[in-house]
Design a protein around this ligand. Structure first.
Ligand code: AR6
Length: 171
């Protein structure tokens, strides 16, 4: 039975088995939550990302996929990197965003991670409207079978926290 919890805070401080990173296909880091994770986790994360680029993901990690690395110096054991879609008003990319959460949970099961912290994937630089991002995140995690016992959404802003509260209240 999975518990969904909400935290207003910084995902890099979470004491969980795995934290999810809203990465980009290059896996080479970036701004937002990705930048914070690499900064706080140290170079071991980028080292493993480089190895993934040299092996399984030579063309980059496709949108909607997820892959794990060490969490380096972070309190978590693993970082699960996923690539959200860039929001488009012209094209419905919701299933790609849902895939990020499904694939992250699948990777968490492979690792044996029981507690997993998620950011609001695609809701920053990638422009996804926060209420819709929250609805997709909560709905997908709740409807995906896994061994994870706690899915913790860690929201960086008050707006995002409130959007996830409403999304959770609506299910
Ligand atoms: N803890 C939790 N959430 C955070 C943190 C943090 N420390 N920092 C930011 N957020 P974004 P995206 C929130 O832009 O939209 C990067 O450059 C933020 O407020 O990090 O998927 C990547 O390399 C927002 O609600 O990710 C990609 O190029 C949410 O995390 C691109 O951005 C996601 O915002 C991915 O864009």
């Amino acid at each position: 039975m999975m518990d969904i919890t909400l935290v207003w805070g910084d995902i890099t401080e979470q004491q969980v088995d795995a934290i999810v990173n809203a990465a980009n296909s290059s896996l080479m880091g970036g701004g937002g939550v990705d930048g914070a994770i690499h900064r706080r986790g140290g170079p071991a994360i980028l080292d493993e990302c480089r190895k993934l680029r040299a092996s399984r993901f030579g063309g980059g990690l496709p949108t909607g996929y997820a892959v794990a690395t060490t969490a380096g110096e972070l309190p978590a054991r693993w970082v699960i990197h996923t690539v959200g879609p860039v929001y488009s008003a012209a094209e419905d990319r919701s299933d790609l965003l849902a895939s990020c959460y499904r694939e992250s949970l699948r990777v968490a099961d492979e690792l044996g991670a029981r507690t997993v912290a998620f950011p609001a994937v695609s809701a920053g630089v990638y422009g996804w409207p926060i209420h819709d991002a929250a609805r997709i995140a909560v709905g997908t995690v709740l409807s995906t079978p896994s061994q994870v016992v706690e899915a913790r959404f860690v929201l960086f802003t008050e707006d995002a926290y409130r959007a996830f509260q409403s999304a959770l209240a609506a299910v």
